[in-house]
Design a protein around this ligand. Structure first.
Ligand code: BTN
Length: 345
């Protein structure tokens, strides 16, 4: 985050993040300003000033003259240092996904920012915003992204052919659905990229990529989750077709915990994906497809799919090795890689 001049003081930010980590370690027993200063290599006055900054950011920190500082609660913000604390606690300190986390209170679109920085960042870099002003969905649609949601994009650089990019969307769907189920939300995947709960959309995934000749340079996996978004504020048509995790659970979700667990799931699925397409162990993708099928509510449905040049209808019979949906139409079998899918029965 920037200061008044828009510049980021890396040293100060580093010290403040260090302070947050120590306060987490000492959650059960207060720690004195002196000890904090020693651990961080700064004066007590500097500790005090950082504590005040953290309070301004929404941290609640108790201070008692004799015992010292104690972290009471953290702000409901997807701050990198808070995600890092949770990733470390969950044993994912060295995970590829989330190796770098770029955080913004507000962005036009995390996918656009991720694409802009993609050439210069590591595989697995994450861009997160608390809200987006020009969030994008598939087929050029606008994606409403107010505060309370989880709007993030992951830069991926697997050494795969551009035509395998759609499989990354399947991979992300598996990771999101599993994470929601960990939170007791009965999520299902609607081909190709929607996550539904009780028939209503709670998450959308937008994969975009840049390729050179036959090689993908990078893909940007954009994930938009209506976590604690107020469904009463949805536009009329979305009120019937969309929901939020909060509305389904009847209480808000801990967005930090959810996001950390999602990054870990994505990391696991990405490792499997790379095993299949980079190491050539194609069976690893078969296992992923089986999981996708078991998480999906599309197979067995009668669907109508609007593609770029035509519309088809028929029964969704399965998903093939390339990640294409197999549709049994009156005119024969169709394999569909991309399109807008509506359940007709
Ligand atoms: C869809 O279902 O149409 C896909 C929606 C994808 C929305 C996410 S939110 C984070 C990322 N940034 C964007 O502008 N879009 C994706």
């Amino acid at each position: 985050m920037g200061n008044d001049t828009g510049k980021v003081d890396v040293n100060k930010e580093h010290t403040r993040d260090g302070l947050v980590k120590i306060l987490h370690d000492f959650r059960d027993a207060p720690i004195s300003g002196e000890e904090l200063g020693e651990k961080l290599g700064v004066s007590r006055a500097a500790v005090n000033s950082h504590i005040n900054q953290l309070r301004e950011m929404g941290y609640v920190i108790d201070a008692a003259t004799k015992t010292g500082y104690r972290l009471v609660s953290v702000p409901d913000r997807l701050l990198p240092v808070e995600l890092r604390v949770r990733l470390d606690d969950l044993g994912a300190a060295d995970a590829c996904i989330g190796c770098e986390i770029h955080y913004f209170p507000k962005l036009e679109s995390t996918n656009d920012t991720a694409k802009a920085i993609a050439p210069d960042v590591h595989d697995g870099t994450v861009v997160i915003a608390e809200m987006q002003t020009k969030g994008r969905g598939r087929l050029g649609r606008a994606w409403m992204s107010p505060e309370g949601g989880i709007w993030l994009s992951v830069v991926l650089k697997p050494k795969i052919a551009p035509q395998d990019a759609a499989k990354l969307t399947l991979m992300a769907g598996i990771a999101v659905a599993y994470t929601m189920r960990e939170f007791d939300i009965p999520a299902e995947i609607k081909w190709p990229n929607d996550i539904l709960v009780n028939g209503k959309k709670v998450c959308g995934i937008l994969t975009e990529m840049s390729s050179e000749a036959d090689v993908m340079e990078y893909a940007v996996l954009g994930i938009g989750i209506d976590a604690n978004v107020d469904t009463q504020k949805f536009p009329l048509e979305a009120k019937v077709s969309a929901t939020s995790m909060q509305a389904e659970l009847g209480h808000p979700v801990d967005r930090l915990e959810f996001t950390a667990k999602l990054l870990i799931r994505l990391n696991e699925e990405y490792a499997r994906f790379e095993k299949a397409f980079v190491d050539g162990e194609i069976r690893a993708f078969d296992a992923m497809l089986d999981e996708w099928k078991s998480l999906s509510d599309t197979i067995g449905r009668v669907v109508t799919i609007q593609m770029r040049t035509k519309i088809i209808s028929g029964e969704a019979a399965g998903i093939d090795h390339n990640g294409a949906l197999i549709v049994e139409t009156d005119g024969g079998i169709e394999r569909v890689f991309a399109g807008d899918c509506v359940y007709t029965r």
